[in-house]
Design a protein around this ligand. Structure first.
Ligand code: SAM
Length: 288
């Protein structure tokens, strides 16, 4: 069954009384080459894979053809009978009916006797950033994340410091991973078609021991959030607001690190944020 074929999709909708939900970000792929390209880009041959949102199963099928085993988490219960038919031949697949944000990924790995998992998905757009942040910051043993997201968001994930799309999310993604843009996908490749184009990105998780070193991660992420809290303001102003410092105290911190006091957050890379964060952590008089 060709699961990206529009008449097949319409037939399944009719047979199971399925209606697309905008709220759940249900835009299914109808471009037959894209699911295989995503699965290839994820490089998951023989691996343990977690998929988020199988829909009617077009990407799931490609993942099952390559991976050792696949766990696919779908929030919409009404898709389960459809998936029982479309993926009946996938013997290395388990489908879990749940919200991905409630799934304990570490326990899943344990259950499968795996030390880590590669995530691959055409993500629901309404919840893309929370899902990616939970995968990266939630402490689960995630090795890589290959996902379709809105093009604008994809640009933000892979932008270098100094570019207009660089922000707090980018800095956090760069701390955890090596991000890469794989390819673009036009809005017409989906049914129903969304208003914007998409892109597939791959985030290769950097092992903890190889990440930028910071004394205290909480302070580090607070520095990043503060730095981009008000984009038009200088870093001195944002740090002063974020850490209840006087402007001269914030300026002194930057000067002691040879960072210009007129700089804006978007000009700095994660190494600079780490240095600022360490300086703040070592200064006992700053209320953290
Ligand atoms: N994989 C299919 C494809 O490429 O055609 C469908 C992708 S569609 C963009 C997103 C899928 O995620 C839908 O099946 C939707 O029901 C599911 N979904 C939405 N929110 C979810 C959540 N919080 N947890 C798990 N699945 C979710």
């Amino acid at each position: 069954m060709e699961l990206t074929n529009l008449s097949v999709i319409r037939g399944l909708c009719e047979k199971y009384g399925f209606e697309f939900s905008k709220t759940l970000g249900q835009n299914f792929l109808i471009n037959s080459s894209v699911p295989a390209r995503i699965a290839e880009g994820a490089e998951i041959d023989g691996k343990f894979v977690l998929e988020i949102g199988p829909g009617f199963g077009c990407l799931t099928k490609e993942l099952c053809m390559r991976a050792k085993s696949v766990v696919s988490v779908e929030i919409d219960r009404s898709l389960l009978p459809v998936l029982s038919e479309t993926l009946a031949e996938c013997e290395n697949l388990e489908i879990i009916n749940d919200d991905i944000l409630n799934v304990d990924i570490a326990s899943l790995c344990e259950k499968y006797g795996e030390s880590g998992v590669d995530v691959c998905a055409n993500l629901p757009y309404y919840i893309t950033t929370p899902i990616i942040m939970q995968l990266l910051e939630g402490g689960a043993p995630v090795r890589s994340v290959t996902v379709m997201v809105q093009k604008e968001l994809a640009k933000r994930f892979v932008s270098p410091p100094g570019s207009p799309d660089y922000g707090a999310v980018t800095a956090s993604v760069m701390y955890h991973t090596k991000p890469k843009l794989l390819f673009g996908v036009s809005a017409g490749s989906f049914y129903p078609a969304p208003n914007v184009d998409s892109a597939v990105i791959r985030l290769d998780v950097i092992p903890e021991s190889e990440r930028v070193k910071v004394r205290d991660k909480e302070t580090f992420f607070r520095v990043i959030r503060s730095a981009f809290a008000m984009r038009r303001k200088t870093l001195v102003n944002n740090l002063s607001a974020g850490f209840s410092l006087s402007k001269s105290e914030a300026s002194d911190i930057l000067s002691s690190l040879s960072i210009p006091v007129s700089v804006r957050g978007e000009a700095l890379g994660i190494e600079d944020f780490a240095r600022i964060s360490d300086k703040i952590s070592e200064n006992k008089s700053i209320a953290l």
